[in-house]
Design a protein around this ligand. Structure first.
Ligand code: CO8
Length: 261
């Protein structure tokens, strides 16, 4: 495995089919500096192209998932620097991943940390997690999807409140708003997240990938285009062996044996 400095990777689950990525800059509360993001992008891309991996988990530590973009690193950036470098371009490696990515959030998920969690497909949280978009406190606005994805999760009024105040919300509020799908005791979070990944891993990887693409259309397009996209993917599953196997197994009252074909 490649040697990483800002993240740790592992393969977990009883079938060794879950790729685990732990953000690992504890002294900076996992602030998302560029080297960290380059490594994270590589780890995600590698797991995405590894046929033995069914799903990917991104987590931090008990104090922080990630406390945002690295403020020290960007403190002296200029507008022209950002435009020239395509600042935060590395983040697209995460959104381009075809496999499901689950965020397991304990502690702070602030600014870019909250945006990273929202780039994932499912968010599970430990009960001490804190979410927020505090960029307004430091004279800027969310820059990695916070103003666009957050309203799609929680609606306009709550998203405005979070973005305009910079206030944090706790795990239970986040669950109630629909940002987080489940909350667990801190020490149970990772094992429950691995169970979720393993459950997804029992399905056809091919169909899981198509289902993820279809749900993402709801976020990325208007309703009519999304529904058309969904229909063509749905029709398309009928061209796969795994769809035939899934329905045949149901009718024959047995478990399906998916071949990723
Ligand atoms: N960047 C760089 N360093 C950080 C960051 C950060 N975002 N957050 C914490 N740290 C560092 C601190 O500087 C400190 O380092 P040192 O010991 O060397 O001074 C160390 O982590 C521990 O932090 P604290 O001492 O502050 O810990 P506390 O427990 O007292 O406070 C908080 C925890 C409340 C999380 C506090 O650290 C804080 O407010 N952090 C900043 C949160 C924030 O504003 N995040 C948004 C950043 S801006 C952003 O994400 C812009 C998004 C743009 C697009 C997305 C790009 C990724």
């Amino acid at each position: 495995a490649p040697a990483y400095e800002n993240i740790k990777i592992d393969v977990v689950g009883s079938k060794k089919n879950v790729g685990l990525i732990q953000l690992n800059r504890p002294k900076a509360l996992n602030a998302l500096c560029k080297p960290l993001f380059v490594e994270l992008g590589k780890a995600v891309t590698d797991f995405d192209s590894d046929n033995s991996i069914s799903a990917i988990i991104i987590t931090g530590n008990e104090k922080a998932f990630a406390a945002g973009a690295d403020i020290k690193e960007m403190q002296n950036n200029t507008y022209s620097d950002n435009v020239r470098a395509g600042f935060l371009r590395e983040w697209e490696d995460i959104s381009n991943c075809g496999k499901p990515i689950i965020a397991a959030v304990n502690g702070f998920a602030l600014g870019g940390g909250c945006e990273l969690a929202m780039l994932c497909d499912i968010i599970y949280a430990g009960e001490k997690a804190k979410f927020g978009q505090p960029e307004i406190n430091i004279g800027t606005i969310p820059g990695a999807g916070g103003t666009q994805r957050l309203p799609r999760y929680v609606g306009k009024s709550k998203a405005m409140e979070i973005v305009l105040t910079g206030n944090f919300i706790d795990a239970y509020e986040a669950e109630k708003m629909g940002l987080v799908s489940r909350v667990f005791p801190v020490e149970k979070l990772l094992e429950e997240t691995i169970k979720l990944a393993e459950r997804i891993g029992t399905h056809s990887p091919l169909i899981v990938k198509l289902a993820k693409q279809a749900v993402n259309q709801a976020y990325e397009t208007q309703l009519k285009a999304g529904l058309q996209f969904e229909k063509s993917i749905f029709y398309g599953t009928f061209a796969t062996a795994d769809r035939r196997e899934g329905m045949t197994a149901f009718v024959e009252k047995r478990s399906p044996n998916f071949k990723n074909e």
